[in-house]
Design a protein around this ligand. Structure first.
Ligand code: PBE
Length: 266
């Protein structure tokens, strides 16, 4: 049908980095919903938001792989398409994972990472500062200044360090850029010499399990990163959720007249 949504967007779903968990979920979605004519386009998170912004400003239709919390929901009027088959896994949490032995080697850092916990709104605030033009470091600094009570809970009882180094691994997803910079700055203020290492998702998990990195705060579980988690879980420590209530799916502008992934079958 040449008037279908598919025709309007060239049967394209704008994806992100090929290794992202949401891309595996999107591949499953295409299969399970029988979207045979559709193409899931690989790219990057940054390219996805650029495309979204372009289409949105022109009030054109577009379908992207999207996740919440994310600044795009406050910058644009968007909606998740309903996912009756649940191929995007439903609500989940973001966990903190650390290398084995960190507790003995850097007890203060371990305590802070273990106590690190915040709300979607907090993460959104940091992302909004970055979208507004601040560097990730400035945004983290600002959020920390504005939330002394929250930060005090994280550092409560943590031993101060003397310039020992801590390496945090992250993928360049907007959520993880924000969270990793915040916890990095808090560790820094507690005497650690903190470095942030940006990698792809597979190497991020591998780095924690082989000890080349100390910690990561962007493990989306139990669905998004299940394959990576299962591959490496014996060789790392899961400190549990640092944020609850995330969501993945296909995201479109509100002005598009579709509500469900099933509408893409037409
Ligand atoms: N995300 C953001 C990641 C996890 C964090 C949903 C793009 C992923 O799909 O792996």
């Amino acid at each position: 049908d040449e008037n279908s949504i598919g025709a309007a967007v060239g049967y394209k779903i704008i994806g992100i980095e090929p290794g992202a968990g949401i891309m595996e979920q999107a591949r499953t979605t295409v299969k399970e919903y029988g979207l045979d004519q559709w193409n899931l386009i690989e790219g990057s998170s940054a390219a996805m938001t650029t495309e979204l912004k372009k289409a949105y400003n022109a009030q054109k239709p577009i379908i992207v792989t999207g996740w919440s919390p994310h600044w795009k929901f406050s910058s644009f009027d968007l909606k998740f398409l309903e996912d009756p088959k649940g191929t995007f896994g439903g609500a989940e949490d973001i966990h903190t994972l650390v290398r084995k032995g960190l507790k003995e080697d850097a007890p203060g850092a371990y305590t802070i990472l273990d106590q690190f916990s915040w709300e979607p709104k907090d993460l959104e605030d940091v992302m909004a500062y970055i979208t507004g033009g601040m560097s990730a470091e400035e945004a983290a600094q600002k959020w920390i200044k504005e939330n002394p009570d929250r930060v005090a809970e994280w550092v409560d009882g943590a031993q101060k360090a003397n310039g020992e180094s801590i390496d945090l691994a992250l993928v360049a997803w907007d959520t993880e850029i924000a969270s990793t910079n915040v916890i990095g700055k808090v560790l820094d203020q507690n005497g650690y010499d903190v470095s942030l290492t940006q990698v792809e998702v597979g190497p991020m998990y591998a780095g924690i399990s082989n000890g080349s990195s100390d910690a990561m705060v962007g493990a989306w579980l139990p669905s998004t990163h299940i394959e990576y988690y299962n591959a490496y879980k014996e060789d790392l420590m899961d400190l549990g959720p640092n944020l609850r209530g995330t969501k993945n799916g296909l995201v479109v502008p509100q002005y598009m007249e579709i509500d469900s992934i099933e509408d893409l079958q037409k």
